[in-house]
Design a protein around this ligand. Structure first.
Ligand SMILES: Cc1cc2nc3c(=O)[nH]c(=O)nc-3n(C[C@H](O)[C@H](O)[C@H](O)COP(=O)(O)O)c2cc1C
Length: 184
């Protein structure tokens, strides 16, 4: 049997679920008190770990921060006071020397981080969680908060949790596609 024949069939429902997650995902900065189940987090983590990376270098690490004391420490490395409301914070870090670097010196570390983080965020959305990417943190503060080893660079945080009941999805503010896309 050829290798491609062993790939599970992508059903119509799977496609619709992905599209639904793409449309439903928006930044959530307020959370209800409901704890996030371990099984849900495991599926989010699997989505992260299954992401592609340039030359399959896999230079990323992920910390799933649930302990309140550690979340408080992360809060002190980020100005938005809402972060401590999130019951879970994902901390994405990378080891620069493991990342693929193009001949002209461009490192694909951040690109790899964005792909894996987006996969985690979309899976979280599909499972009913709200999330918000965070880049505007103090990297040294995050490093200290979690005692990251020197070779790991904190790249992204993601706040995760169930949104409050009745939260409404704000309308998207996006450039029209005609301004973003060139068909050649
Ligand atoms: C790489 C990245 C970094 C971001 N950093 C922050 C941040 O530090 N703080 C914040 O409140 N939102 C942050 N956001 C959320 C964006 O502001 C948000 O995605 C954007 O305004 C579009 O809104 P939407 O996510 O609801 O579609 C970030 C988003 C991305 C993709």
């Amino acid at each position: 049997m050829p290798a491609y024949a062993r790939v599970p069939v992508v059903t119509w429902e799977v496609k619709v679920e992905l599209e639904r997650a793409l449309v439903r995902r928006h930044s959530v900065r307020s959370f209800c008190g409901r704890p996030v189940e371990r099984e849900v987090l495991e599926r989010v983590v699997q989505a992260f770990g299954g992401a592609p990376s340039a030359r399959n270098a896999q230079p990323l690490r992920l910390r799933v921060v649930r302990e309140q004391s550690l979340r408080q420490r992360l809060q002190s490395a980020y100005r938005g006071g809402w972060l401590s409301e999130a019951p879970v914070v994902l901390v994405v870090s990378g080891v620069a020397r493991e990342a693929w670097v193009r001949r002209d010196g461009v490192s694909y570390l951040l690109c790899d981080a964005a792909i894996a983080t987006d996969q985690a965020v979309l899976q979280a959305t599909a499972l009913g969680l709200g999330s918000c990417w965070i880049a505007a943190f103090d990297a040294e503060g995050v490093r200290e908060a979690l005692s990251l080893p020197p070779e790991e660079e904190p790249l992204l945080l993601v706040a995760l949790g169930y949104p409050p009941d009745g939260a409404v999805q704000p309308p998207r503010q996006r450039r029209p596609l005609e301004e973003q896309v060139v068909w050649l």
